[in-house]
Write a protein that binds this ligand. Structure first.
Ligand SMILES: Nc1ncnc2c1ncn2[C@@H]1O[C@H](COP(=O)(O)OP(=O)(O)OP(=O)(O)O)[C@@H](O)[C@H]1O
Ligand SMILES: [Mg+2]
Length: 421
């Protein structure tokens, strides 16, 4: 059969690898999944049984299965498929089977597999790897091929990292720039998106390099807090209060008052009940006349009715809810927004009292890519384990500085710019 197929030079290199185990470590959008679709198809046409493993059923369906079907169409190959089981059949024995790593034990049930493909391998557990090897016994012609594909893991102890060091494993690196099928717009979007992320994270996710950061790469490694006695030029921005409310088991509430890139005040106050919390807010409003209040409403159940004028825009933010297409949750979206500022300013008095503590909390905030391809910051509990306390100041700061700027019609009450205890 004469088939029409265009491959990128990187994909050709992977296809031509003669090693039993090929590790394709490549950046976002390099063409990894498409490559695996092509390899699956070419093997199916040789009457081989191919097993594709990906993180979840939905990733298999929307990514692996979807791309394979697209390429089957493109290549004009006759095939049958079963959408529920995510299987393709062609020829006498040719078969492509898709298995989700949600349930690694399922892998065990297959036999006589000639080719195994691990897609998004950094998000697959070592169990998947261990369970998959025995099913390669009894292959059609005594040969087998294994492809381990994905952006690299963050930890040196990950099974993919260990594999990369093995002499019998052929490692092929690729970057997001190696795929001419990506539009210019997509390429620029990727660059913009990763611009503010930690260096190590960027090298892994865009270039597929093995750079390890045990415990994660800090999102705020080079974030700067500078001292400044004036807040001029920031007047076009509204004054915002970010509030991290005392949760069960701790009774300190933290408020950060900001305007543009300036922190006007940081307050830590014991608020044992709703009355003392409202009192605290009323006090802050008298000082700053903020026009936006953003508070962490995670786990609060009901909305708090603050004793504030109706002109104040009050926004509860549930940290745990979805953060859009790219962020795993709202807390990550907020922190990413904060990170887009390269630095912030503080009056020397506030700096002296809070900068060190704030930086400690920010630097403990790392970023990782989840199975769903969204990024997530370190959970509060994890930060607590690392630094011995909850990141109250950082949460309040992120809340204050991630508001969507709204045009105010009413004038603000003249703020007292400095202060804060
Ligand atoms: N040989 C090819 N022919 C046509 N289109 C291709 C080819 N290789 C890649 N593409 C297209 O380029 C885009 C990116 O490829 P793909 O999704 O395979 O990349 P990836 O490395 O798996 O990305 P991610 O990191 O997001 O998983 C897709 O739209 C894919 O269809
Ligand atoms: Mg992919």
């Amino acid at each position: 059969m004469n088939i029409e197929l265009t491959m990128t030079p990187k994909q050709r290199e992977v296809l031509e690898s003669t090693a039993d185990i090929t590790l394709f470590s490549a950046g976002r959008g390099c063409g990894k999944t498409a490559m695996m679709a092509i390899i699956s198809i070419l093997n199916m046409m040789k009457n081989k049984r191919v097993l594709v493993i990906n993180t979840t059923y939905s990733r298999l369906k929307d990514s692996s299965f979807y791309q394979t079907r697209k390429f089957l169409g493109k290549m004009g190959i006759p095939y049958q498929s079963n959408l529920t089981d995510l299987k393709f059949y062609s020829g006498q024995n040719g078969e492509i089977i898709h298995v989700s790593a949600d349930n690694p034990e399922d892998i065990r049930s297959y036999t006589s597999i000639d080719v195994i493909i691990f897609d998004e391998s950094a998000s697959l557990s070592e169990d998947c790897w261990k369970l998959a090897i025995p099913i390669m016994r009894d292959t059609t012609d005594g040969n087998f091929k294994i492809y381990v594909v994905g952006t690299p893991p963050a930890s040196e102890n990950h099974w993919v990292a260990k594999l990369a060091k093995r002499e019998d494993v052929k490692v092929i690196f690729g970057s997001y720039l190696d795929n001419p099928f990506n539009s210019e717009k997509y390429t620029r979007m990727l660059e913009k998106e990763y611009e503010h992320y930690p260096y190590d994270f960027r090298r892994r996710e865009l270039f597929g390099e093995f750079i390890f950061t045990e415990g994660g790469a800090s999102l705020f490694d080079d974030f700067r807090i500078e001292q400044s006695t004036e807040c001029s030029g920031q007047n076009e921005f509204p004054i915002v209060c970010g509030l991290d409310i005392a949760g069960p088991g701790r009774d300190m509430t933290c408020a950060v008052i900001s305007r543009g890139n300036h922190v006007l005040g940081i307050y830590i106050r014991k608020t044992t009940n709703e009355i003392s919390l409202k009192h605290f807010l009323r006090e802050l409003f008298t000082i700053y006349g903020f026009s936006i209040l953003r508070y962490d409403s995670t786990g609060l159940g009901t909305m708090i009715v603050f004793d504030l004028p109706s002109s104040v825009l009050i926004t509860p933010v549930n940290f745990a809810t979805a953060g859009g297409e790219r962020f795993n949750n709202m807390r990550t979206a907020m922190y990413s927004h904060l990170r887009r500022k390269n630095g912030i300013f503080m009056h020397p008095d506030i700096y002296a009292e809070h900068a060190e503590a704030l930086l400690l909390e920010l630097k403990a905030t790392t970023i990782e890519e989840k199975e769903n391809k969204k990024v997530a910051v370190t959970k509060k509990e994890e930060i607590k384990k690392k630094i011995g306390r909850s990141p109250d100041r950082a949460d309040a700061l992120a809340l204050a500085m991630s508001h969507i700027e709204v045009k105010r019609t009413k004038p603000h009450i003249a703020p007292r710019v400095f202060g804060g205890r």
